[in-house]
Design a protein around this ligand. Structure first.
Ligand code: KG4
Ligand code: ZN
Length: 344
């Protein structure tokens, strides 16, 4: 009998529902919340309200697109954390209500774990190569930056992480300083394509081990622009593409340098990048070039699965379902991760 899982994602500002059948994607619907653009960042109260408005239509359209009826679903997987508490509560409560109505189990999913398993998302007829275990994954999102050893679908170990800002946050904050709307990462990417990445040099942080730090870079970028704008009011406007290319290249070099170090230290050369920042075209390109140089087998999620989506939640739920790892209806969301593993 087919194993059909409904996945629900509502950790930040995207409401998403997806259907996975036997580990393959049938549908993945994402409703983005435009409302946050004018505020320069995600406003938690507005995000919760938008999730509440979007969740039923998104689930219905996901079921319709997949051609699946509610009674065929075997379990509901939902993002339990990390994320915004009010936003997570919407998805969690929906999952519980849906599961009770259908008399099926619920499966709690760690959002970061799901970003990593996004590397395994594919449709029934696709046979793109999947990462073999163990592999190293650089997980770069709006809230997290980590290097993780992935032992198998359900076991992993974090071996490095940011001590302050996440890479996505660095992109978004630098964009904000330039006067660009939220989220700034994709806009920096767009402008950077037309710019000279060597035009402006920024200092890279010297952080030990496999850890990252981005807050110093953000501050020096702010001072750099402040000084330049003092000399010429139109500095940002005149140099937008070069500034974007240079800051993007700096962030990406910081990310890749530690990934190279992690590969050398662990001896693992199956290497992947996942999370929202893995959508960055410069990072994708530089990663592939570096991989060729170093004989790595490189893996990236499909572009549409780089940023938040419920297909990755449903797929993680599918693997937990196979092991009978269900959640209890008394389980509550968590805003932050507590452990050094991505499974809790
Ligand atoms: O994984 P994600 O969708 O949500 C979180 O779990 O945080 O990641 C969102 C982050 C944002 O900071 C956004 O600016 C960044 O990913 N991002 C990008 C690009 N697309 C999304 N950063 C740089 N270049 C992009 N093309
Ligand atoms: Zn995410």
């Amino acid at each position: 009998m087919d194993i059909i899982i409904l996945g629900i994602e509502s950790s930040c500002d995207d409401t998403s529902a997806a259907i996975i059948r036997n580990g393959y994607v049938l549908s993945n619907k994402v409703a983005n919340q435009e409302i946050h653009k004018e505020y320069g960042g995600v406003v938690p109260e507005l995000a919760s309200r938008a999730h509440q408005q979007n969740i039923i239509p998104v689930v219905e359209s996901s079921l319709k697109l997949a051609g699946i009826e509610k009674k065929q679903i075997r379990a509901v997987a939902f993002t339990r954390g990390p994320g915004l508490m009010g936003a997570l509560l919407v998805g969690t409560s929906f999952a519980k209500g849906f599961a009770i109505s259908q008399n099926i189990p619920i499966i709690d999913v760690n959002h970061l774990h799901a970003h990593i398993l996004s590397l395994f998302l594919r449709e029934e007829k696709e046979n793109n190569p999947l990462p073999p275990f163990p592999f190293l994954c650089l997980l770069v999102s709006g809230g997290h930056t980590q290097i993780v050893i992935i032992q198998d679908y359900l076991n992993s170990e974090i071996i490095g992480q940011t001590i302050d800002d996440a890479a996505g946050e660095a992109f978004d904050k630098c964009a904000k300083v330039m006067g660009l709307p939220y989220p700034g990462g994709p806009l920096i990417d767009e402008f950077a394509r037309k710019g000279n990445r060597n035009k402006f040099l920024f200092n890279k942080p010297q952080i030990p081990d496999l850890n990252y730090s981005f807050s110093g870079l953000k501050t020096s970028f702010l001072y750099f622009l402040r000084d330049k704008v003092k000399e010429d009011q139109d500095f940002i406007k005149k140099n937008k593409t070069d500034i974007c290319a240079s800051i993007q290249y700096t962030i990406n070099s910081i990310l890749l340098n530690k990934l190279i170090k992690a590969s050398l230290e662990t001896g693992i050369n199956n290497i992947a990048i996942a999370g929202g920042v893995s959508a960055n075209s410069g990072l994708r390109q530089e990663f592939i070039i570096e991989g060729k140089k170093r004989n790595w087998n490189v893996f990236l999620p499909e572009f549409k699965y780089s940023t938040d989506n419920a297909a990755m939640i449903a797929l993680t739920g599918y693997h937990k379902y196979l092991k009978g790892q269900y959640a209890s209806h008394s389980d509550v969301p968590f805003a932050r991760t507590k452990s050094n593993s991505l499974n809790h």
